[in-house]
Design a protein around this ligand. Structure first.
Ligand SMILES: C[S@@+](CC[C@H](N)C(=O)[O-])C[C@H]1O[C@@H](n2cnc3c(N)ncnc32)[C@H](O)[C@@H]1O
Length: 632
């Protein structure tokens, strides 16, 4: 890739470095780049075992860091950057990723592993380009890459190791050394970009920027090829992370790419303005859903959760279905990117794609299986009566399930044990996917006791105690739910989580420092919520907090469509925007302190009641959150 001039191309653009690393800052400012530093809040906690190669982990972490900042800035800083740059450096040796040492012993273990050996340093870099700054929707194009540099350490004596460790230098550095300072002594040779080892591959970065800003205008054919090669993500400005593609298409040449992203549908990759691809993909949406539901119900992804994959005949035998029907289902699943078909020794076998193994296999920790079955069995029938729902302005539980509903939980979901378990399983699977992000959305360290109101199976509570080991959580839910909780208990009993049965419209709530309302408020009308919120106020003491988690609509109530589609089958509830939730809670004296668009399925808001005598309500939980408040 030739190197073209780049720094001048960036003049006048708001470039943001999503990293607090002084070394990256120095490298980029020495190169003459003018930029702002907005450290990313993305926590480097991706599961490394899910990545085939360390460089993929570094690139994904860099991408998440940069996207988090790109999506946060329009709200928290009230400006949209042109470019956000994220980076993550990892050191690998003997197939292990070495991170920053936790203490001196850990530094000792790392450095002795590196002693006398060659290791690799990978830096993943993501360049997020934000477009359409003036419209209500910002779309993000992500260009990412990585650079590898080989470094060989000399044999290090014990004294050398300890002298270096005692200098304090290893502690904040990946792999436990800094090549640009004392750590330079340890290095025999470097093969590749030296600055990559320091923390940022400047040369590769400039080449990438050059190709972004100097590329000739693409012909339609080239453009579509390039678009197919690169991942475009159109992200709603106010919902961060909810991929909202179909309505935002401004350039028809992108349409097929976006449709593939959103639906997994493989449409003709052509640039025909007279072919209504996006409408057809909307039209086919129900076939996609039902294919996923059926494959999940027949446990196709569990059956294929075997290393070598299975032949068509083997799958058909295991799911007890016809050969022809199974073949059609598997072929459709392949076309949607849920399965792969590969040839092994002259025969074709099917196997799960990575995302199917992760999200569709029943016993994966983040399996959506329960939620998928709930959608098939409970939501699909409601949607088959959508026309009546629209005409009548009511939900269709009676038509779909023959049940008169006063209260959808008591009268529909909990009317039979089988339906109840399925509903609870659905809640459980979403809470397991979102729980950690919600529990760590803000600094909640000052809250020692929490009460998860409508906490269902306790999945969120367990994630909360994992994230805050000093805390305990009471799950408060209807007696019919609490009696079933053991079905969902984790293998290792967590005594910090307890369960209390009650009705939040009638009974007193347990006492706690932090109340959690996750996916509860959207189910109810403002009038009903005033009853629940009055109960909450009764138990409230100064310094308490309220963590609310919902899908937040943008203020124009246009997106995310996932929330608005869900509203179509609601009974008495409604989806609300941040301002609408804030106004609702304000009537009971709650003040919105922080909002976080988590880039997961649910967003989070933290409410407090302002009390001039209570430091926690003014400043947040700790000095860390004071810093956060100042950064904002
Ligand atoms: C949509 S689910 C959300 C569950 C959980 N918070 C989550 O995010 O996965 C709503 C929860 O509120 C509970 N619930 C509904 N009505 C209730 C009531 N009157 N009193 C207590 N809990 C109730 C339901 O049993 C259910 O567990």
């Amino acid at each position: 890739m030739p190197l073209n001039p780049v720094i001048s191309k960036l003049s006048g653009k708001l470039v943001v470095l999503a990293s607090a690393s002084p070394r990256r800052l120095e490298i980029l400012s020495n190169a003459g780049l003018r930029f702002e530093v907005v450290p990313s809040w993305f926590k480097e906690t991706l599961d490394k075992s899910l990545f085939k190669h360390p460089c993929e982990y570094a690139v994904e972490t860099a991408k998440q860091k940069a996207l988090e900042v790109a999506q946060r800035m329009p709200f928290k800083h009230l400006k949209t950057p042109d470019i956000v740059v994220g980076a993550d450096t990892v050191v690998t040796v003997d197939g292990l990723i070495l991170e920053k040492p936790t203490d001196k012993q850990d530094a000792y273990r790392m450095l002795s592993r590196l002693s006398g050996k060659e290791h690799s340093v990978f830096t993943g870099v993501a360049i997020v380009i934000c477009r359409d700054k003036n419209s209500s929707v910002t779309d993000y194009k992500v260009v990412d890459f990585y650079e590898e540099t080989k470094v060989k350490f000399a044999e290090l004596s014990e004294e050398m190791l300890w002298e270096y460790i005692n200098s304090g230098e290893p502690m904040d550095k990946a792999g436990g050394y800094g090549i640009q300072a004392l750590g330079g002594m340890l290095v025999e040779y470097v093969r590749g970009d030296f600055l990559n080892v320091v923390g940022f591959p400047l040369n590769h970065f400039c080449k990438q920027l050059g190709s972004i800003f100097n590329s000739p205008p693409a012909s339609p054919a080239h453009k579509i090829k390039r678009d197919l090669d690169e991942a475009w993500t159109l992200v709603n400005k106010t919902t961060n992370g909810d991929v909202e593609l179909l309505e935002n298409v401004k350039d028809d040449s992108l349409t097929s790419v976006q449709e593939q992203n959103v639906m997994g549908l493989e449409f003709a990759k052509c640039n025909r303005q007279d072919v209504p691809h996006s409408i057809i993909s909307l039209l086919d949406g129900f076939k996609v859903s039902k294919t996923l539901f059926t494959a999940s119900k027949l446990k196709v992804f569990d059956v294929l959760n075997t290393p070598g994959g299975l032949t068509l005949e083997e799958v058909a035998g295991q799911i007890n279905a016809s050969l022809l029907g199974t073949e059609r289902l598997l072929e459709a699943a392949v076309s949607l990117g849920l399965l792969e078909r590969v040839r092994q020794e002259e025969i074709s076998v099917y196997r799960n794609t990575e995302r199917a193994s992760r999200f569709l296999v029943t016993d994966s920790p983040v399996s959506l299986h329960g939620y998928i079955l709930h959608c098939n069995d409970m939501v699909w029938p409601l949607f088959s009566h959508l026309e009546s729902a629209v005409r009548e302005g009511t939900s269709q539980h009676e038509r779909a399930f023959g049940k008169k509903k006063e209260d959808v939980f008591q009268d529909v979901y909990y009317s039979k044990d089988e339906v109840k378990i399925r509903f609870m399983d659905a809640m459980h699977s979403i809470a397991r996917v979102t729980g950690k992000d919600l529990a760590t959305a803000f600094d909640l360290s000052c809250y020692k006791t929490a009460c998860d109101i409508g906490g269902c199976t306790g999945a969120m509570a367990y994630e909360f105690t994992k994230a805050h080991p000093e805390s305990s959580v009471t799950v408060f839910d209807l007696p019919q739910v609490i009696e079933m909780r053991r079905h969902f208990q984790p293998k290792e009993n967590d005594e910090r989580v307890s369960f209390v049965a009650g009705d939040f419209f009638k009974d007193d709530l347990p006492k706690a420092d932090l109340y959690i309302l996750a996916r509860v408020l959207h189910d109810w009308s403002d009038e009903k919520l005033h009853v629940l919120l009055s109960k909450l106020c009764k138990m409230w003491t100064p310094g308490c907090g309220l963590l609310v988690s919902e899908i937040l609509l943008d203020e124009e109530r246009r997106r995310p469509s996932r929330a608005l589609l869900q509203a179509l089958s609601m009974t008495e509830g409604k989806q609300r925007s941040t301002a609408e939730y804030s106004a609702l809670l304000d009537k009971h004296g709650f003040t919105l302190k922080h909002v976080k668009h988590t880039d997961n399925l649910l967003d989070a808001m933290l409410f407090v009641k302002e009390d001039p005598n209570d430091k926690r309500t003014l400043l947040g939980c700790s000095s860390a959150s004071i810093e956060t408040a100042e950064l904002e």
